[in-house]
Design a protein around this ligand. Sequence first.
Ligand code: SAH
Length: 220
Amino acid sequence: MDPMEQARHRMVDEQLARRDIQDARVLDAMRRVPRHAFVPAGREHEAYLDRPLPIAVGQTISQPYIVALTAQALRIGPDARVLEIGAGSGYAAAVLAELAREVVTVERHPLLAAEAAARLASLRYGNIRVVTGDGTRGYPEAAPYEAIAVTASGPRVPSALLAELAPGGRMVIPVGPDEHRQELVLVTRGDDGQFSETILGAVRFVPLVGEDGWARADGV
Ligand code: SAH
């Protein structure tokens, strides 16, 4: 094993499996995806610490534990079609793509979207589509989805995302009153179409900026 792979396996054993990540498919996916290929150049040595890291345009690549917790809560089967909002570096999309049949990931920053698409292509992820746009409207062109992962936090669950969730589907989304306080919410949709919510824990994500998210005065 090369040193990066060794560090990654250690991270999975010590930071994930020793906590409450027990789904074997999720742990395997986390062992496969080379997170060091998704962090900024020069920070590869930090890729297997269990913490978020800054990427371009003031955004972050999520903490591995939160990516694993989200993937586990979504219970993604091999045939699932998954929607991610907030591609960022593309890291979480790669983890989801290891679990699912197909992933659509929406990113509002054109630069991040282009970089994520190029990176995922060079890593040979053929089952991920990167779309540039406002993910608070979801991506109705490919709906419905069995699982939706939102990796930026808004004031509420966007109604378009509820509409695009298949009956029996699951969504994980951070929701909170501001950029400091949020809860990671699991929304499940019953086979009868009814929604219910469970709180997975306290988290801190970058803001979900868009029509059904936060409006941003600075125009970034
Ligand atoms: N999943 C990413 C984490 C990225 S941070 C990773 O693994 O690297 C959240 C991302 O959400 C940022 O890149 C931000 O630009 C993006 N974002 C914020 N609001 C958005 C919106 N309305 N639609 C799509 N992406 C959005």
